[in-house]
Design a binder for this molecule. Structure first.
Ligand code: MN
Length: 208
């Protein structure tokens, strides 16, 4: 069963998923220009590379999540893993945002964040801290680990689900995610992203 049916894809050839909103609708937090490069160039290149790399291999008959699990931690398969995981991560990232998002969740999700982090503010602090302190390229995540909510960060293309944690939310902190809009001010991007774009409905769906 897929960890995330939105980010998984059945088998090759994989395709670039359409954005769940228009290219300019994340402005002014993320510009249409950044979205064009990030989705149209970076994400698309991972899709194209992955399809080339797995052509005529057993991976062509596997789902995206199966490829990621089957190549994780294997140095001779790093190219396939990196491109497959980046295809998955980026789709998950696009859905982690929505125009008019952010703010504070309500109901059971809020209660669980308060229970596991002490308060919503402490959760925000942990998430922003993970995203700003990830050294170099990578991702910060809210995950479900057993029955607990946790914040983790991963380098490069690494995904939490290969170590048994279920991803609920992610932010891309590779420079290509924010450099056109924020240059070196990663913390400004992360804070604005958290306050204005987080898609709590997506987190809730992943938690089900
Ligand atoms: Mn990216």
């Amino acid at each position: 069963m897929a960890v995330c049916s939105v980010a998984d894809q059945a088998k090759a050839p994989f395709s670039l998923p359409a954005l769940p909103y228009s290219r300019e609708s994340l402005e002014p937090i993320i510009s249409a220009n950044t979205v064009d490069f990030h989705h149209g160039k970076h994400h698309n290149t991972y899709v194209t590379n992955l399809n080339k790399l797995i052509e005529n291999t057993p991976y062509a008959a596997q789902s995206l999540e199966e490829i990621i699990r089957n190549t994780a931690g294997k140095s001779d398969l790093a190219s396939i893993f990196n491109n497959a995981a980046q295809v998955w991560n980026h789709t998950f990232y696009w859905y982690s945002m929505k125009p008019g998002g952010g703010g504070k969740p309500t109901g059971e999700l809020l209660s669980r964040l308060e229970a596991d982090f002490g308060s919503f503010e402490k959760f925000k602090e942990a998430f922003v801290n993970a995203a700003t302190t990830q050294f170099g390229s990578g991702w910060a995540w809210l995950v479900l680990d057993g029955s607990s909510l946790k914040v983790v960060k991963t380098p490069n293309a690494e995904v939490p689900f290969t170590s048994g944690q279920k991803p609920l939310l992610t932010i891309d902190v590779w420079e290509h995610a924010y450099y056109l809009d924020y240059q070196n001010r990663r913390a400004d991007y992360v804070n604005a992203w958290f306050e204005k774009l987080v898609n709590w409905d997506f987190v809730r769906d992943n938690l089900k």
